[in-house]
Ligand binder design. Structure first.
Ligand SMILES: [Zn+2]
Length: 218
């Protein structure tokens, strides 16, 4: 079992032990006893970065969970299948961007459900350039300006964001909003989300998507 450090802390570097080097249909991959790389899932893309093993620097371009492993996909090179200590280093700007988008998506869901209590947020897709939150049971179009105003108010209040672990489950809690099941990475307080922009809404038979972006990274 790989220890998932990205769920507890905001470290950008970690020493870990290489356990396995193998290939699957996606290419060659490495498995470690611990990781700081967030694997793709829960609406969030995977982290990227490098792993240094001895004098080899290996680019990690994709990470995903498969068959109870966290597979770190790397360029097609032969990594010796010997357990050895590795230094993991995240691509920090990529992690920051993903965390901003993920937290903004959760805030958008909370605010919209508060203003329109008949709506239920059922999906978040927090990928750069294509982020949206999907709601069920929409009766018509929503007032995006009103939602954006309320988001700004919450950002000005700089509500704290907490990761909560209960047994095997993990939740994220923003201010006084109910905690939401989530395995992704987040900002630590909402004050950094000053650049949230709601782009458009699309309503298809009551399934409504609000597209959004976060424009700055202050
Ligand atoms: Zn989430």
């Amino acid at each position: 079992m790989t220890i998932l450090h990205y769920q507890q802390e905001d470290a950008h570097e970690l020493k870990a032990q290489l356990l396995k080097s193998a290939r699957d249909e996606r290419g060659s991959y490495l498995v470690f006893d611990a990781t700081i790389f967030h694997p793709q899932g829960g609406g969030q893309p995977s982290d990227t970065g490098i792993v240094t093993l001895g004098d080899k620097v290996i680019q990690i371009h994709h990470v995903r969970r498969q068959e109870n492993e966290v597979r770190h996909y790397n360029a097609d090179i032969n990594v010796p299948l010997v357990p050895q200590q590795a230094l993991m280093q995240l691509c920090v700007p990529t992690r920051k961007r993903h965390s901003l988008l993920h937290s903004a998506g959760h805030l958008l869901a909370h605010v919209t459900e508060d203003l329109y209590p008949y709506l239920k947020a059922t999906k978040g897709h927090h990928f750069p350039g294509e982020s949206y939150v999907q709601f069920e049971k929409a009766k018509g179009n929503l007032d995006l300006d009103m939602i954006a105003d309320q988001i700004r108010r919450m950002v000005n209040e700089d509500l704290p964001v907490q990761n909560i672990k209960q047994g095997d489950r993990r939740y994220v809690k923003m201010g006084s909003y109910d905690q939401a099941p989530c395995a992704g990475t987040h900002v630590w307080s909402l004050g950094v989300l000053t650049g949230v922009k709601l782009l458009r809404q699309k309503n298809k038979k009551g399934l409504l998507k609000i597209s959004y972006d976060v424009e700055n990274e202050s």
